[in-house]
Design a protein around this ligand. Sequence first.
Ligand code: ATP
Ligand code: MG
Length: 223
Amino acid sequence: MSMLELQDVRYTYHTKAQAVEALRGVSAVFEPAKLYAVVGSSGSGKTTLLSLLAGLDVPESGEIRFRGKSTADMDRDRYRFEHVSVIYQNFNLFAHLSALENVAYPLYLRGIPKKRAEEQAAQCLVSVGIGEDRYGRLPGMLSGGEQQRVAIARALASNAELVLADEPTGNLDITNGEQVVSILLRLAHEEGRCVIIVTHDLEIAAEADEILMMRDGVTERGQ
Ligand SMILES: Nc1ncnc2c1ncn2[C@@H]1O[C@H](COP(=O)(O)OP(=O)(O)OP(=O)(O)O)[C@@H](O)[C@H]1O
Ligand SMILES: [Mg+2]
């Protein structure tokens, strides 16, 4: 079964001065165990699409189905908590928590005892190439690439089936960017998660299993 299905999804921002039709009828299917790249020019609706998939907002019309069930019939907070993990361009790590605690955080929230949460978090950090000497550091004491990998480790720890990332490599150099993409590919291919990233980098998009082109609030499927 597909992970996500969108049918004629529309979304309009209403500002005082005008109504902006950000999504004008998006239909798409996202499968588990695949990495998708959403590309398209600035303002084409990529971030809007991601925020609807993340359950941060709801479509104005049309439908999003998660594992066959309309998200309109689900509790939105619960949907986010149980199924979705979001990785942000600016990492969004908790500044006052160590690298290890940042990754363990979603596990604490799920009631996993501290020691076990930290053991699992450490495994996730190892798998993204963050060594033990970094565990105790606050995000501000890590490089951008390291912070991004900690953010990915946190997504790993959360066990969410759906991993969404808006420009996850936007603040990274080529080497770190490639490393992040290979980790995200692994998340999809080895763990069966559905990973959807927005990227402006066409070389990174080329590594995805499928490319979704956005133009003016609608999608055109790439290769
Ligand atoms: N909060 C908002 N209020 C009003 N209009 C908005 C708001 N956020 C986005 N828009 C508009 O909606 C459209 C889609 O924006 P969106 O952020 O989804 O684009 P994007 O493809 O992510 O662009 P970028 O590549 O620049 O991040 C744009 O025309 C934008 O100006
Ligand atoms: Mg955007």
